[in-house]
Design a protein around this ligand. Structure first.
Ligand code: T6T
Length: 321
């Protein structure tokens, strides 16, 4: 019995080595998480989940990311990671098209690629794709905005980051579709405006739009930085609380803005869960077990009323693990 247990443990150990791939006979347990941009509480929270799971599975995780959400900055980092031949790469690509080439290169070189948060158009890239159901999140934002204005008719505006970012593009699509089909009381004041992920730019955009359309009743800002800037801009224009703001994400500063009444609803994602799933799927790919091709994670609406509920507050993003 004891002998059998020792043999079984030995086999498990070998299976463990095979799981993480091998380089030069030694087990390669190196996994890299390439985030969309450094210092963003969304990605920090994802990193926390990934770290926790990697520790549990005995994988070595390192985290990298560009200083700006920009494929011309992220792509060379992906190539540099490829040179270190990690067993797996978890990556939030900066652009649906421009990120594809370096990702194909690292995948062809043998690293398992798992897309987290954002994707590329090329369906051959990535053994698994894990992201919030962003289209649904956009529809939830439209519903929240409609609730905030009590179903009133009026002009609304969408402020996003950059076209070509899969996550925010899907949120815009979900919001616009909901406006077209369900919340027909809303009229889009203008085409979607792009802040290039800069809060300052988002603040400028909304202030300029309020000059052009003083009767604007609401704004949907599609991610953390555009939402922070939009809320600041609405307040600076003297319309805080009057023009309703719904923002995506739930960073610590966004929660302060919710408390202050500068934003009325947030669509919080579950980045920690995305990180856990990212590592889980990478380990499955390395171990040759079943990999889930596509995983859609949930989002929830956070307001001043529910933000202190532990079932909600546990999803507020972290600025460190
Ligand atoms: O909204 C998240 C992420 O989902 C998106 O892809 C990029 O922006 C954030 O990181 C928030 O800043």
């Amino acid at each position: 019995m004891k002998k059998f247990a020792i043999v079984a443990a030995g086999l498990l150990l070998l299976a463990g080595c095979a799981e993480a791939g091998t380089t030069g006979g030694a087990a390669n347990k190196n996994v890299v998480l390439m985030v969309g941009v450094k210092g963003d509480p969304f990605y920090i929270s994802m990193e926390c989940g990934a770290k926790e799971k990697a520790k549990e599975l005995g994988l070595n995780l390192t985290v990298q990311g560009p200083d700006k959400f920009d494929a011309t900055l992220q792509n060379p980092l992906i190539d540099a990671v490829a040179a270190s031949k990690p067993a797996a790469l978890l990556v939030a690509p900066n652009d649906v098209k421009a990120s594809a080439t370096p990702l194909k290169r690292i995948q062809d070189a043998g690293s398992k690629v798992v897309l987290v948060d954002t994707v590329v158009d090329d369906q051959n890239i990535g053994v698994s794709r894990i992201a919030t159901d962003n289209k649904l999140g956009g529809a939830k934002a439209a519903e929240a905005l409609n609730t905030l204005v009590n179903g009133a008719s009026g002009k609304v505006l969408v402020i996003s980051t950059d076209p070509g970012v899969s996550s925010v593009d899907a949120r815009v699509a979900g919001f616009e579709e909901a406006v077209k089909t369900k919340y027909t009381n809303f009229t889009l004041a203008a085409a979607t405006q792009y802040s290039h992920n800069s809060p300052q730019e988002a603040a400028k955009i909304v202030q300029a739009e309020l000059q052009r359309n003083p009767d604007l009743i609401g704004v949907f800002a599609t991610n953390l930085f555009s939402a922070q800037g939009t809320s600041t801009g609405v307040r600076a224009a003297g319309k805080g609380g009057q023009v309703k703001v719904v923002g995506f994400d739930a960073g610590p500063d966004q929660i302060k803005q919710l408390q202050a009444g500068d934003v009325q609803a947030l669509v919080a994602q579950k980045p920690y869960d995305i990180g856990v799933q990212g590592i889980t799927q990478a380990a499955a790919a390395l171990g040759g077990t079943t990999v889930e091709k596509q995983i859609a994670t949930e989002s929830l609406i956070v307001t001043k009323d529910n933000m202190s509920d532990p079932a909600v507050s546990k999803y507020i993003y972290k600025s460190s693990c």
